[in-house]
Design a protein around this ligand. Structure first.
Ligand code: SPD
Length: 279
């Protein structure tokens, strides 16, 4: 009989996974990192007791963070990923043949090492020559980076609590915007509108203060407690519902979730979200 591993939300709700085995457990200079093998979700990466990704449902998260942005940005030659140490997001980015360079900024090398060793099915693109992984602080990186140097920026951080909270500051978003080409697209994970409505709304307001086009979209990620998760598409030009057909078709073929219909559907918001955002 295994042990139950629980993530607790707001001290009143728990999601529990039955664990067969702990494969990795260590304290890095930044956070506690664990990989467990579970009965229902396969191998799961956990940071500071928060479920980050699982073999079972990671495609739902990584495909939806990546492809709405990469199918709509006019150019996708240079892509920046901030966070995403499990390798799932860069894997999806590098499925696009038009991407010439993907820079990934991850502060914690131990997350990448643990993921390479224990989650090889998620990070399948580590050896792609277009990938440049740098173990540095994203805050420093965006402050020092030159203007308009990326076509697409993807933010794949943890929740806005603890050390990762700075990646949700308006000043951080402003630096990202400055690094983005004028017609570039940024997409980010923006928390659960069900379980973390305040955070979700706060993120939208910060982004709206910077970008003229801010479009949240929703999808299921069962690992993240309330099930419904959000991402947000931002740009100063263009709009999210006009993917480039050839680029999109080349990605749909090998995707487990992402397709043409889903791209349109995920941007349809339920009333409780529209009302919270006064849309
Ligand atoms: N509540 C957990 C949110 C985690 C979002 N990022 C996950 C990283 C997967 N690459």
């Amino acid at each position: 009989m295994g042990l139950w591993y629980d993530e607790t939300f707001h001290d009143h709700t728990r999601l529990g996974l039955l664990s067969k085995e702990t494969l990795f457990s260590a304290q890095s200079p930044y956070q506690k990192i664990e990989v467990i093998d579970t009965v229902g979700f396969g191998r799961v990466l956990i940071i500071d007791n928060v479920f980050m990704t699982s073999e079972y449902d990671e495609f739902l998260y990584h495909e939806m963070l990546t492809h709405p942005a990469l199918t709509t940005a006019p150019s996708i030659e240079r892509v920046l990923v901030i966070g995403g140490g499990d390798g799932g997001t860069v894997r999806e980015v590098l499925r696009h043949p038009d991407v010439k360079e993907c820079v990934m900024i991850e502060i914690d090398e131990m997350v990448v090492e643990a993921s390479k060793q224990h989650l090889p099915g998620i990070g399948t693109a580590w050896d792609d020559p277009r990938l440049d992984v740098r173990f540095i602080d994203a805050i420093d990186y965006v402050k020092k980076s030159t203007d308009a140097s990326y076509d697409v920026i993807l933010l794949d951080g943890t929740d806005p609590v603890g050390p990762g909270a700075v990646l949700f500051d308006e000043s951080f978003y402003a630096d990202c915007k400055r690094m983005l080409n004028p017609d570039g697209v940024m997409a980010l994970q923006s928390e659960s509108p069900l379980l973390m409505m305040d955070m979700f709304v706060d993120i939208q307001h910060k982004l709206r203060a910077l970008f003229s086009e801010v479009h949240p979209y929703l999808g299921p990620v069962p690992l993240y407690g309330a099930g419904t998760w959000s991402w947000t598409w931002c740009s100063n030009t263009g709009e999210p519902l006009r993917p480039i057909p050839e680029r999109q078709a080349s990605i749909v073929e090998g995707s487990k979730a992402y397709n043409e219909d889903l791209h349109q559907a995920v941007f349809a918001l339920p009333n409780y979200v529209k009302r919270a955002l006064k849309l």
